[in-house]
Write a protein that binds this ligand. Structure first.
Ligand SMILES: Nc1ncnc2c1ncn2[C@@H]1O[C@H](COP(=O)(O)OP(=O)(O)O)[C@@H](O)[C@H]1O
Ligand SMILES: [Mg+2]
Length: 416
């Protein structure tokens, strides 16, 4: 007990630049969304009928833009605001946010929806159509409405069958109901032409009726987004304006960056971490431009994308990814074999009291990790004999990845 007290005490008294680091995590939803008034206005226009004539139409809108342009936070904040407004009017409207990189077929989307709405419908034993009918029936009976965001919808478009696409995109053409209780926001990355190329023209034009675009952020906009977050995350005076300005210019669309707010925040976060390290060693008491430069030098972009994805992977896929990272660290080579990875994976399972998945499943996880661009694979490696699948890794510093994976794995274990 004594040791734990001391541990906590020393952790608390350890010098740090952060008051609250968690507001810099990608999953944090800020209460103040900057420079998206235009988008909020457009959304309000599309979903107005939902509030003034509930059930009259199923409103649909496509939110489109590059990574880190605030699509997800805007959808969530809008969902929150609309629900509050509706509830004030005595309307039972709920907001559901479904990530299609996790739920990429109709069955899992509607199961997820049913769970988020808390409807008393069993998980198993129903076909998709039966599941949807059951959802509609309960909503009708209990007079419920829902605004549903299908985030990372490109995963669904890429992975789904034509039947599933039809079902999800033309929902009320399949389920003819007089009261339309579900409305949708589809969130996709990239440009409208990119999305249209993946859909038949009929479905495509249907989806393009209401489009809200998210342009990459300019440096001045990122400056505001960063400033807000600095105030919540750091002690006063620890991050100077010059640091915020520097990061904003590195990442601003009009100043040569890609206008990605997630990247800007990740750089700020990482610079803070470096400053913390220096602080413990008595070498710094604030975040400096050199901290920012050091972070940028480490090819951060690749890491940001990976860290963003890992939240949505199942526990055992994360364990396989961790095994890959460990195998690469231990062997100090560029590529390791699936055999080596599996051996470490089984050890990790043992440590966690998890029963390991079989060879085929592990292989499927590896293929999925490759498809997500997290790892690279090849079937032969110079200087190594025999045929096997060799696994390598992009630009991400392995120790940072392993540390982050541990956090996510711990949370996943707790949630089960
Ligand atoms: N306008 C904004 N105001 C405040 N924070 C923002 C804004 N836009 C993006 N962010 C932050 O930047 C990160 C990326 O935003 P996100 O909505 O996930 O982008 P996208 O979904 O377009 O990839 C998140 O941490 C989010 O909180
Ligand atoms: Mg997003």
């Amino acid at each position: 007990m004594r040791e734990i007290d001391e541990l906590i005490e020393s952790e608390i008294s350890r010098p740090s630049v952060f008051i609250d680091e968690s507001v810099l995590y990608p999953e944090y939803v800020p209460s103040n969304i900057r420079h998206r008034d235009q988008q909020f206005k457009q959304l309000a226009r599309v979903f107005k009928p939902m509030l003034i004539k509930p059930g009259s139409v199923s409103a649909k809108v496509l939110l489109i833009g590059a990574v880190g342009t605030g699509k997800t936070v805007t959808a969530m904040a809008f969902g929150r605001a609309v629900t509050t407004a509706a509830n004030k009017k005595g309307l039972s409207l709920h907001y559901a946010h479904i990530n299609c990189s996790r739920s990429n077929n109709a069955a899992s989307i509607f199961r997820d929806l049913k769970n988020q709405l808390g409807l008393p419908i069993p998980d198993r034993g129903l076909s998709v159509h039966e599941m949807i009918s059951a959802i509609l029936e309960v909503m009708e009976r209990e007079d419920l409405y829902a605004l549903v965001t299908l985030d990372e919808f490109d995963y669904f478009i890429n992975a789904s069958s034509p039947e599933d696409r039809y079902l999800v995109l033309r929902f009320y053409d399949v389920f003819k109901m007089s009261a339309k209780r579900l409305s949708f926001m589809y969130v996709v990355r990239g440009s409208p032409t990119h999305i249209l190329s993946k859909l038949d023209s009929f479905t495509g034009s249907y989806l393009m009726k209401n489009v809200v675009t998210f342009d990459p952020y300019k440096a001045s906009e990122l400056y505001d987004i960063l400033s807000d977050r600095v105030e919540l995350a750091f002690y006063p005076g620890v991050v100077g304006e010059e640091v915020i300005d520097y990061i904003a210019h590195l990442t601003g669309y009009d100043t040569g960056g890609d206008g990605n707010a997630r990247k800007a925040l990740a750089i700020l976060h990482a610079a803070g971490k470096l400053a913390d390290k220096d602080m413990i060693e008595g070498r710094a008491n604030r975040v400096t431009l050199d901290h920012v430069r050091a972070v940028v030098a480490q090819e951060y972009p690749a890491l940001i994308d990976v860290l963003d994805t890992i939240h949505y992977l199942p526990l055992h896929e994360l364990l396989v990814l961790k095994a890959i990272a460990i195998a690469l660290t231990v062997s100090e080579t560029d590529y390791v074999t699936t055999g080596e990875v599996e051996e470490i994976y089984r050890k990790l399972c043992l440590e966690l009291g998890e029963s390991p998945r079989g060879h085929t499943k592990v292989y499927m996880y590896i293929i999925d990790l490759r498809q997500r661009g997290i790892i690279m694979t090849k079937s032969s490696v110079k200087g190594k004999r025999g045929r096997s699948t060799y696994i390598g890794f992009g630009a991400v510093p392995l120790n940072v990845l392993i540390q982050r994976l541990d956090n996510v794995i711990r949370n996943k274990k707790l949630l089960r």
